[in-house]
Design a protein around this ligand. Sequence first.
Ligand code: T3D
Length: 263
Amino acid sequence: MSYETIEFAISEGIAVLTLNRPDSLNSFNAQMHSEVRSALKEVKKDASVRCLLLTGNGRGFCAGQDLGDRNVAPGSEAPNLGESIEKNYTPMLRTIRSLEMPVICAVNGVAAGAGANIAFACDIVLAAKSASFIQAFCKIGLIPDCGGTWTLPRLVGPARAMALSLLGDKISAEQAEQWGMIWKSVDNESLKTEAMAMAQHFASQPTKGLALIKRAIQASANNTFDEQLDLERDLQTLAGRTDDYREGVSAFIAKRKPAFKGQ
Ligand code: T3D
């Protein structure tokens, strides 16, 4: 399938999805929503994919919803934003969180509004030093969406989550790293290389095991310690049945490099 508002390619186990509306800092219009949906469907159904890398073209990662797409002229009917969330954002966020592979977000520039919270929903966030994160919603009378009111307090604690959401301050990539909002900030020139190297690493790892790790860490947010112990038992049972577990142990015993197949 060919795309206009995104670039999308699958190669050697890695799917790279690049938001591509640089003139509006990769904000989401209806076409981009639809194209991202299709690309994520391709990722889900292609059994060869073992890692998804999400990034953006130009000087921004994503400035959230394209505000030019909203009719707010005096006297016009209020747009139903809940409908837009339900149709566009919620399925995207659910897919990213539930994909059975690591999802890396390489934040190449400003991530504002939904753009910031899409990044925070990914499994590992690398950001260029020049990138920044803004909960821009409060500046236009909205609330953080894309799971931001759930993710932020868990990443940075309620005090910082509240202030970030109420003030809409710009947080630099380095500050975001110090606060534990993201994994790492890297030099602008190294972002692509580091992100690809990480994606290549994941594409050679035991994908099913990594997916189970992702599931366990996500579930811990709502589980008691005892519930989590039970979940770990159940997920370890599944992990122990994978071909890659056999391969990992055999390779260790034979003192050779494992050749994981993602099965
Ligand atoms: O509606 C629904 O479906 C509900 C869901 C909502 C989810 C949301 O994401 S709501 C939040 C929407 N996003 C924002 O409020 C952020 C708006 N953008 C900004 O505040 C600033 O652009 C930034 C802080 C992100 C970056 O500032 P700066 O000074 O580096 O760049 P700029 O000059 O403001 O933007 C560059 C261009 O991108 C500019 O266009 P121009 O003048 O060169 O033709 C600007 O209009 C455009 N742009 C940036 N963000 C958006 C946008 N165009 C449309 N929609 C945007 N969100």
